[in-house]
Design a protein around this ligand. Structure first.
Ligand code: CP
Ligand code: NVA
Length: 322
């Protein structure tokens, strides 16, 4: 984190490690900036103003990525700045030098850091040690940038978010945690159908429930996917095995076999229900190709919105005043 608080620019210099780091009105602020930037970009695929001119972003990736890496780097370039990708092998934190020393160095080289790593505590430590903003680009516990794009997409498609029902089918994982936190703050009813043993972190559920109660949403946990999707506006699928859990793939495939988002499950939700997936998808496992490529899918709009929403976030955190 960096800078002195400015009441007119509440996100300037801020970290984003947990989706709960943003208050509901701050989320809407990011959405408003993203909406403006998306509309501007749609016309010529250029931006007339460059609010990130010569700003620099270090991107620390200890896990593979297509969407997060490319959208952050493309977003920086399109807004006048640049991004530097660093892999675990380049940096070797905890091996070549400590996380604290990496943070201290990067703080004097670049304007912000995004980090994708397994242990959430590493992202927390990096943010605590760096005197520049640090943004979580996925840990095993949270994926806040994904959730911002997801809820922005819901806002685009449905307009009002209050009372909207999103049924997440599968693992109570990083993507679910962040979606529950951002969604609940916007009044969405977030349901999860998970197999026994794959429940979300109770601390996240408690936080999301408190946010839901304050903002008109709900958080509902269940084991039966059919009950969870009944009456849902949106079904949400994610991988059964997240990055870093590969040793559990076989056990998880058996545990999640009944948690596939397919036409039969969508039919319970109703003819107008839409389908989301954060990607990458494992077609034929957590989602069928029929659903993914069918008329219910808003998956590629959701993916495109990673670009627009992260630009909105970067402008709010780093940008020059308009
Ligand atoms: N959804 C998402 O974060 O995709 P990547 O892993 O490709 O970045
Ligand atoms: N839950 C998945 C999301 C990938 C974007 C994972 O952590 O691998």
């Amino acid at each position: 984190m960096s800078g002195t608080p400015d009441p007119t620019r509440p996100l300037r210099g801020r970290d984003l490690i947990s989706a709960a780091d943003l208050a509901p009105d701050e989320v809407r602020r990011v959405f408003a900036t993203a909406e403006r930037l998306k509309a501007e970009f749609a016309v010529t695929r250029r931006h007339a103003q460059l609010p990130l001119l010569r700003r620099t972003l270090a991107m620390l990736f200890e896990r593979p990525s297509l969407r997060t890496r490319v959208t952050f780097e493309a977003g920086m370039i399109q807004l006048g700045g640049g991004a530097i990708q660093l892999t675990a092998g380049n940096v070797g934190w905890g091996v070549r030098e400590s996380v604290a020393d990496v943070a201290r160095n990067l703080g004097s080289f670049v304007d912000a850091i995004i980090v994708r790593t397994g242990p959430h505590e590493v992202a927390v430590e990096l943010a605590a040690r760096a005197d520049i903003p640090v943004i979580n680009a996925l840990t095993l516990h949270e994926h806040p940038c994904q959730a911002l794009a997801d809820v922005f997409t819901l806002h685009e498609i449905f307009g009002s978010l209050r009372g909207l029902v999103v049924a997440f089918v599968g693992d109570g994982n990083n993507v679910f945690h962040s979606l529950a936190l951002i969604g609940a703050g916007q009044g969405v009813e977030i349901r999860l159908a998970h197999p026994p043993g794959y429940a979300p972190d109770p601390a996240v559920v408690a936080r999301a429930t408190a946010l839901a109660e304050a903002n008109g949403g709900r958080v509902v946990l269940a084991n039966d996917p059919r009950a969870a999707v009944d009456g849902a506006d949106v079904l949400y699928a994610d991988a059964w095995t997240s990055m870093g859990q590969e040793a559990e793939t076989e056990v998880r495939s058996a545990a999640f076999a009944a948690y596939q988002v397919n036409e039969a499950l969508c039919a319970i939700a109703g003819p107008d229900a839409r389908v989301m997936h954060c990607l990458p998808a494992h077609r034929g496992e957590e989602i069928t190709s029929e659903v993914m490529d069918g008329p219910r899918s808003i998956i590629f709009q959701q993916s495109e919105n990673r670009l627009h929403v992260q630009k909105g976030l970067l402008v709010e955190v780093l940008g020059d005043p308009a």
